[in-house]
Ligand binder design. Structure first.
Ligand SMILES: *Cc1c(COP(=O)(O)O)cnc(C)c1O
Length: 388
């Protein structure tokens, strides 16, 4: 009865993608050639940002974004507990302290009212954050205008974790244009909207931030004569002017990314068709379906439903039943502050109750552009049986 395994998300690789990568393999440069700048330009143009810096993962992009904003020991970074651990870890990499802002129970994004409240308190305690890092959960933008306004009032910088949200729009403009942020980060892991295998990019409208991130992704080494102290006329010469990393993206990844970008809008359109079919088929089921803010056109990275039950017993039953039927449902996310590593830093479960309540009921249904109507029908039938 089960049939082929249906994952919660997966990549789409076409012959055109394969040809693009093979072309690079046959060329002179498999790293540090023409495709990385081409991919960066494509992303910058698509998002309407002045700069894009491609790296080997979104995790790396978050790290160098924090460093570019000079986050360090003695500083605070605030993010959402309803995210992948990387959104918080980037603060710790820099020696800063991390705290969380509880989520809005409808969007599951960082709550602006909780943020405002926490800022008032932090000002009194002299512990204001240097960086606030909102996460566009499931592909729906946070309320960036409001967060940006608070940034002006309290003097923090903003990094958008848009790992889920390439192709999404906020107030009719592309996520990643950095209108309300210093830096926006995207992920190209295979479960995300488009893929480069592993990979990420940081967009910005600030030339100095972009330049700093370019330096940090490649050892802090420069060949720019203007930045050197020594004799730059020596042809072999370079200088290390900062402590950087090797976070570079390869040409193979960038060529795949350029090819995938051509289908981005079609992918998002198909995800919206799938969403509509889920919305329709599940409207009478005992579930809370994803709610969409009028300001947001989501990229629909995820389709998370909540099973309405006070314990997590029903969620567990639904999850196991679906997995038994070869349907790869998943749970996004185990709240970061409940991870053993973060508990060790002093966090306890009850600190961010909205994130924990949501987590106890959440199940992400399969959602990806190549999910067929027939496969989706199987997901829906199985879910309705599981809920009976
Ligand atoms: C996937 C993801 C990341 C990490 O992306 P990588 O490219 O795998 O490093 C960070 N934040 C969020 C919200 C993610 O979903």
């Amino acid at each position: 009865m089960s049939g082929q395994f249906i994952p919660y998300g997966r990549q789409d690789i076409t012959q055109q993608d394969i040809d693009a990568v093979v072309e690079v393999l046959r060329s002179d440069f498999i790293t540090q050639g023409p495709f990385v700048p081409r991919f960066e330009q494509q992303i910058a143009d698509y998002c309407g940002a002045s700069h894009a810096v491609a790296v080997n993962s979104a995790t790396s992009a978050l790290h160098i974004a924090c460093l570019a904003l000079e986050l360090g020991p003695g500083d605070w970074l605030w993010t959402s507990p309803n995210t992948f651990v990387a959104s918080a870890n980037c603060g710790l990499y820099c020696g800063a302290q991390v705290d969380f802002v509880d989520i809005d129970p409808r969007t599951y994004n960082m709550s602006v009212s909780h943020l405002a409240e926490k800022l008032t308190l932090a000002r009194r305690q002299g512990k204001l954050p240097k960086v606030v890092l909102p996460v566009h959960f499931a592909g729906q933008s946070c309320d960036m205008r409001a967060i940006h306004e608070l940034g002006g009032e309290y003097g923090f910088r903003i990094i958008e974790d848009a790992s889920h949200a390439i192709g999404a729009r906020y107030q009719d403009q592309p996520v990643g244009n950095c209108r309300y942020a210093d830096i926006t980060v995207f992920s190209f892991h295979p479960v995300k909207i488009i893929t480069t295998g592993e990979g990420g990019v940081a967009t910005s409208n600030d030339a100095a931030l972009a330049e700093r991130m370019q330096l940090l992704r490649s050892h802090g080494v420069t060949r720019d004569a203007n930045r050197m102290q020594g004799d730059a006329t020596q042809g072999w010469y370079y200088e290390q002017v900062d402590l950087g990393f090797n976070y570079r993206m390869t040409e193979l990844q960038a060529a795949l990314g350029c090819s995938q970008m051509q289908r981005l809008d079609a992918y998002i359109a198909r995800r919206h068709e799938i969403k509509q079919a889920y919305d329709h088929a599940l409207s009478d089921a005992p579930l809370v379906l994803p709610w969409q803010h009028a300001d947001s056109y989501s990229s629909l990275h995820l389709y998370p439903v909540r099973v309405q039950d006070d314990s997590d017993q029903l969620r567990r039953r639904v999850f196991d039943y679906m997995r038994q039927a070869d349907i790869g449902v998943n749970v996004h996310y185990i709240p970061v502050h409940t991870q053993p590593y973060y508990r060790e830093l002093g966090f306890s479960e009850d600190m961010f109750p909205n994130a924990v309540d949501y987590y106890r009921q959440a199940v992400s249904l399969p959602m990806y552009a190549t999910l067929s109507d027939e496969q989706q029908g199987r997901v829906i039938d199985t879910l309705l049986k599981a809920l009976r």
